[in-house]
Design a protein around this ligand. Sequence first.
Ligand SMILES: *Cc1c(COP(=O)(O)O)cnc(C)c1O
Length: 433
Amino acid sequence: MTNPLPGAPHLAYSQGRLAMDGLDLQSLGQAYGTPLYVYSAQAMSAAARAYQAALAGRPHLLCYAMKANSNLAVLQTFAQLGLGFDIVSAGELKRVLAAGGDPAKVVFSGVGKTRAEMQAALRLGVRCFNVESQAELEVLAEVAQHEGRAARVSLRVNPDIDAGTHPYISTGLKGNKFGVAHDRALSLYAQARQLKGLDVMGIDCHIGSQITEVAPYLDALDRVLDLVEAIERDGTRLHHLDLGGGLGITYTDEQPPSPQALVQAMLQRIDARGHGHRELLLEPGRSLVGNAGVLLTDVLYLKPAQADEMTQGGRHFCVVDAAMNDMMRPAMYQAWMGIVECVQPPAGAARTTWDVVGPVCESGDWLGKDRSLAVQAGDTLAVLSAGAYGMTMASNYNTRGRAAEIMIKGGRAHLIRERETPEQLFAGERLIG
Ligand SMILES: *Cc1c(COP(=O)(O)O)cnc(C)c1O
């Protein structure tokens, strides 16, 4: 048994065939068709339990950032473990309800909440709004008064910390659109305290995604605690600290801290500064689901370059049936994702360096470049670490139906989302006349 991905023990080759929780992946691809997302419920639960164990004995709430993967069965898995949810739209709130989640464990983030979204969230009694600007704070107060309810709020502060990650997924720097500037937070808290319709609960920050070190978290935490102390000196009591999500996973050779190591380091700092009595909220997304999923895709055609083309910058293309519309991360962030054969080629099989590309009409449509693979048309490949920001970012570009999703739970494969048909894609469209 060999594991193609460190930190993903649910994924292993057994007699040369890649299996997830013991189920053969190529067979799943054949049974349900490709492209196909396959997730391990057990791997998701294990990741959530790692956070829970580290937080045990502390007042805390783990809110899964569901934009990472919002399939109802995924939400159900986490709701059953007692997790809450970090949402960024009223649509996501509906998903929480549909999956049996508790709105009282929901925090509502995002820079552009509409009045209608605020109203819906207030009526359902979400636990806290993470407010990202003065303008939003004022509108929320208005909506809450109109509803005759109090909106529980935290301000999302921007600690101006470089999380050392990709610019598109870094959110805690001054130039980012997220949160309120550190030096304006104090006066905004004073305003929030005065506004009718608001109930100030805590403070929030989220500095980015795919963060692979503890240091930026501790830097941000120190900045946040400085603020907490100033805010309380100013007369506003804060109940909770929400330190966001962002913990990275292993795609290739990254070695992020474990959830335990990260949480322990945070708790130590919180205690050292005398804030141990506060409830701690965390909003992990990627680290709960990323390594729990793969995207299966079949090789359609091999398109090798001729020798003379190779000297002129030619490339060998391996055309597969998954594309940027199924998995956007490589096209959008130049993200590197592992790609492996579902059936290991025999030892000594000839390998070629392929660019693994999809059928979509964009040169940016690639899943991996320079991958050493021994493949033939008809083979099944697995794109690893595909459980986060895969299906949720999928689109219908090129009128491609979104992939089906499978969850392995209790040793069985469950279809948790049907493949979209072309008819579904244009069902809402109308001819004129
Ligand atoms: C996206 C997001 C998260 C989760 O980030 P991950 O990197 O997936 O852990 C948490 N909080 C907020 C506000 C977010 O926008």
